[in-house]
Design a protein around this ligand. Structure first.
Ligand SMILES: [Zn+2]
Length: 272
């Protein structure tokens, strides 16, 4: 809503300060006959609004830069495909339960931007409201692991073939439950466990829904088998960015109408 001068006589226009300011609705008292109507350039920001817009853009740019820098790929399987992976973490805790890192996550339904993901920062107890929640997006519970994928792949940049890659495996509840059961069958849980993973159909979890245990190795053995890879669990604090409310607001979240995020084509399947 715009602040509107309420029928200022012509003689007090100019340098004289308006004597009366009133918040008015656009269609109320003003006939518009006193001066020719100009288009309202509400898209042009001036003064304080311009500064705020600049700060917001700087924050958004920083987030986009971080997204480029932290290019860890998320594990993904095409429908009806199969891949072989080894887990590098997911051991058992003292109670024999799966030891894992969990958080609530938002996926933005934006194919053009490769479905950007954001950690949900909703924390009412500490007075933090998540702007992504406020935009109407519902978060899901995510359990993360580090996996070593076994395929060979060719780096487009270096035009070089590599064997294996370290990826972030994000399990929604259904997959995490399956893995929890598998983990309990092995002394070291999922650590070093290799599975043939398949995704039975397009509606199945995109990390696969069928996990066929192959064998367990130590991480040292896996490191020998895959010399191209740094065989160790990812530093989740490093690869999973938790944005501040201000950063998320700057990205356009916080209202029901603006659910944007990231930048088109940041990188295929890159996380965070
Ligand atoms: Zn949220």
């Amino acid at each position: 809503m715009a602040l509107k001068l309420n029928k200022i006589p012509k003689e007090v226009k100019g340098d004289t300060k308006p004597t009366k300011l009133k918040v008015g609705s656009n269609k109320s008292d003003d006939s518009g006959s006193e001066k020719p109507k100009k288009p309202t350039h509400s898209m042009l920001k001036k003064g304080k609004a311009a500064k705020e817009a600049l700060v917001a853009e700087q924050q958004a740019a920083q987030v986009r830069d971080e997204q480029r820098e932290n290019q860890v790929f998320r594990f993904y399987i095409k429908p009806e495909a199969e891949r072989v992976i080894s887990f590098l973490d997911g051991g058992l805790d003292v109670d024999g339960d799966l030891d894992s890192v969990c958080y609530y996550e938002h996926t933005i339904n934006n194919p053009a931007q490769k479905y950007p993901k954001y950690v949900c920062i909703n924390d009412p107890a500490n007075g933090v409201e998540c702007p992504v929640c406020a935009s109407g997006n519902t978060p899901y519970f995510a359990t993360v692991f580090t996996v070593l994928t076994h395929e060979k792949w060719i780096s487009k940049k270096e035009k070089k073939e590599y064997e294996g890659s370290i990826q972030l495996f994000v399990a929604k509840t259904g997959v995490a439950d399956k893995l929890r059961k598998k983990a309990k069958k092995h002394e070291h849980g999922l650590v070093g466990a290799t599975f043939e993973v398949s995704r039975t159909n397009a509606d199945a979890f995109n990390v696969g829904d069928d996990f066929d245990f192959v064998q367990t190795n130590t991480l040292e053995e896996l490191a020998e088998m895959f010399p191209d890879c740094e065989v160790k669990p990812l530093d989740y604090d490093e690869v999973i960015k938790v944005h501040s409310p201000e950063e998320l607001l700057a990205l356009g979240f916080g209202t029901a109408t603006a659910a944007v995020g990231g930048e088109a084509g940041v990188d295929e399947d890159a996380v965070v």
